[in-house]
Design a protein around this ligand. Structure first.
Ligand SMILES: [Fe+2]
Length: 179
């Protein structure tokens, strides 16, 4: 498992994987497209992630988990304009970023699986001190987790959404400034 992949990646068993070939292709792509920090790199056309929207099976359960356990204040609750009866609600995850959810009443939502375009995991930056406190709250609440690279704690929300609380600052990846 690579450092950035997170836990529980399902490996295909259909055919042998040529890891050397994959590594060579990765190096080719990096050589062609990766721009180091500095004048060679043009600024992003975007100014940030306004919100990521995930699905919830139960609004109050999700609110309790994110607001009360993780400490992300609930800042908005509205009806989903695209789906009558659906509650669309938003949490403050710092830096003017929002984590949103909605439920879809009447739809039989299936359990998480890896699909193209699906969310694998969501990593949220948190200071080292608050990271330790969050881990303690997970312990107290009986939420299981895995720790990787000493800065990332991985766990699942009540609907199985994979979360990572990472003690690295924004723009930094395992000690390297990448922004
Ligand atoms: Fe990650």
């Amino acid at each position: 498992m690579t450092k950035s992949s997170g836990p529980a990646v399902v490996e295909s068993t259909r055919e042998p994987i040529d890891y050397d070939k994959l590594a060579a292709r990765r190096a080719e792509i990096a050589a062609e497209y990766l721009k180091p920090v500095g004048p060679q790199r043009t600024p992003s056309t975007a100014r940030g992630i306004h919100h990521v929207a995930l699905l919830s099976s139960d609004v109050e359960t999700t609110v309790k988990f994110y607001a009360e356990l993780l400490g992300f204040p609930l800042v908005e609750v509205i009806e989903n304009r695209d789906y009558r009866g659906s509650t669309h609600f938003f949490f403050d995850v710092g830096n003017e970023n929002l984590l949103a959810f909605f439920d879809l009443p009447g739809l039989d939502l299936k359990a998480y699986r890896e699909v193209l375009g699906g969310l694998h995991h969501l990593a949220i930056s948190i200071s080292p001190r608050k990271w330790a406190a969050a881990k303690q709250r997970l312990d107290d609440a009986g939420v299981g987790y895995e720790i990787h690279s000493e800065v990332s704690v991985y766990f699942a929300d009540p609907d199985g959404v994979r979360l990572e609380l990472i003690a690295d600052p924004l723009g930094e990846m395992y000690g390297d400034d990448i922004l």
